[in-house]
Design a binder for this molecule. Sequence first.
Ligand code: GDP
Length: 162
Amino acid sequence: SLLNRNMADPRAEPTFLAVKPDGVQRGLVGEIISRFRKLGYQLVAGKFVWPSKDLLHDHYAELSSKPFFPGLIEYMSSGPVFAMVWEGTDVVSVGRKTIGATNPRKSPIGTIRGDLAIDVGRNICYGSESVGTAEREIALWFTTDEVASYDLARRIGFIKKN
Ligand code: GDP
């Protein structure tokens, strides 16, 4: 299992994040990585993938009956996405908060979507909604050997543990 690989912190968990094709084309990969890294989270896997429709049907299986589903598949398969695995304490819920609401115009200023997007159909990034879906999505997008295991230096006074 890719869960709880960081045994030093029992609350550490993984999430799957992706910069969508519009985010890649708009040059936002670095900005999105930077926001998560500055929060204190750890990037353990990252790669460009031009996703097949099969992969996207699997990834978005729960949305297959929605009216916007065909458009979503066209959008997500229109170019490469930057797929990532991040780890840390509560990274799933903090990640969703950091990304913001599905509709960028309803997403608060300060969130990635609220600051950088305006269209629900071009909302630049994706983040898993639970630890369970994160584990499924990481297995869907990555092989185990693509996920790095390494410790960040934790010096007393730099990184506070509560
Ligand atoms: P997310 O978890 O915030 O990404 O939202 P959902 O899982 O509900 O939807 C997945 C993706 O489908 C969203 O990020 C949007 O890109 C797209 N989407 C959701 N709702 C709509 C909608 O009402 N219209 C359109 N065009 N796209 C939508």
